[in-house]
Design a protein around this ligand. Structure first.
Ligand code: ATP
Length: 366
């Protein structure tokens, strides 16, 4: 624990509610270095908020050594003595105080920070958050996005050891969310403070995180860089939760036809490159092949299998093509506008080097 570059360490965190009936956090381990932005990602009820509240001191973990900040055990330390800043989805502002006073409120309470220092910090934060013109306004005169900036400003001026953000952008409209997440990342880069950011939005997680911890049922499934999480999911849950549109899944069996190993599904019967077969065959005869829609190639002949186009959707620079094959829906993402239209028969080729291979329990095989 002497490693000072670790800002926040969550150590075998367990938290149960209702006398053990609900296990909200089940042996959660996380390391967030100073200057690092970790995203806690997962579906509703997976334990993200409880983890964050335990770090903040708003919930008491079951174990006594669960929360460490800058090498100190904070598990039983009062929230106000942890020097952490918490930003929620909804900002509670004092309606009768100006933006400036709302931002400085936490500091006004601290005797050791003098007036000039408070003003300096508020002005710095206002500049970072583009709030300079709004400092004399009252909360009712702000938009939702501006309100969230004030909440961030309030956190920044306390110069915390770590920022804890619980779905801070969830109440904003889509365009503003995208703008604000970039700003939060830039601010965090500038301040070089540890930040833990909770969201259930996988796109937000991929864009903002230095690392992502994907949670399910109180358990961290994978903690890794966005690139690894996207391209090397450890299990089917992570593979399907990340990525939009989601991966295609094919139930396959692995069979030796005497000369090559073949992957056989209701859609296709294809020879596996030796490099992949050698790694798969000792492990499992049943394989779930996962393929991101961008790694499925469309053509008019010589593919691995065929289907009929049900729908095309233009998604800006790319087009999502929904294809029906053997009664199942397959998703392909193509660059630019689609060359195919509804009702067309198309051939599909799998990029086997880019595919994921899971066993029947959904654990990654290679
Ligand atoms: P969401 O995205 O919906 O906020 P979450 O991932 O943040 O979900 P938590 O709020 O941490 O999930 O909840 C984890 C589990 O613990 C859920 O099953 C929830 O019902 C339960 N839980 C949370 N707080 C309490 C509480 N005070 N009493 C009982 N159960 C609780």
């Amino acid at each position: 624990m002497s490693n000072q570059s670790i800002g926040v360490r969550v150590h075998h965190l367990r938290k149960t509610f209702r006398r053990g009936e609900v296990q909200a956090c089940d042996d959660v381990n996380l390391d967030i270095a100073q200057g690092e932005l970790l995203v806690l990602l997962g579906p509703s009820g997976c334990g993200k908020t409880t983890t964050l509240r335990c770090i903040a001191g708003l919930e008491l973990p079951d174990n006594d050594d669960a929360i460490w900040v800058n090498g100190k055990n904070m598990t039983r330390v009062a929230p106000k003595d942890r020097n952490l800043a918490f930003v929620f989805q909804e900002t509670a502002m004092f309606p009768h105080l100006t933006v400036r006073r709302n931002i400085s409120f936490g500091l006004d309470m601290r005797r050791k920070v003098n007036k000039a220092e408070i003003n300096r910090r508020v002005d710095d934060a206002a500049q970072m958050l583009k709030l300079q013109q709004l400092l004399d306004r009252y909360p009712r005169e702000l938009s939702g996005g501006q309100g969230q900036r004030v909440a961030l400003g309030r956190a920044i001026v306390t110069e915390p050891d770590a920022f804890l953000l619980d779905e801070p952008l969830a109440a904003l409209d889509a365009a503003l969310r995208v703008e604000m997440r970039t700003e939060i990342k830039l601010i965090q880069r500038r301040l070089k403070t540890a930040m833990i950011f909770v969201t259930h939005d996988q796109e937000e997680a991929l864009t903002i995180g230095d690392k992502i911890a994907v949670m399910k049922d109180g358990v961290v499934q994978q903690e890794d860089t966005p690139h690894q999480i996207y391209h090397r999911p450890v299990n089917l849950f992570v593979g399907t939760f990340i990525g939009s549109p989601p991966i295609n899944q094919f139930q396959c069996s692995l069979q030796d036809d005497g000369t090559t190993w073949r992957l056989i599904s209701r859609h296709f019967n294809i020879a596996l490159p030796d490099s992949i077969a050698q790694r798969l065959k000792p492990i499992s005869a049943l394989v779930i092949l996962g393929l991101r829609p961008e790694f499925l190639r469309l053509g008019d002949s010589q593919g691995d299998f065929t289907g009929v186009v049900k729908l095309t959707e233009l998604l800006g620079s790319r087009t999502l093509v929904l294809i029906e094959s053997e009664g199942e829906e397959i998703r392909a993402l193509v660059q630019g506008a689609s060359q195919v239209k509804e009702g067309d028969q198309v051939s599909l080729s799998l990029d086997l080097d880019k595919a994921f291979y899971f066993d029947e329990n959904g654990m990654a095989l290679i």
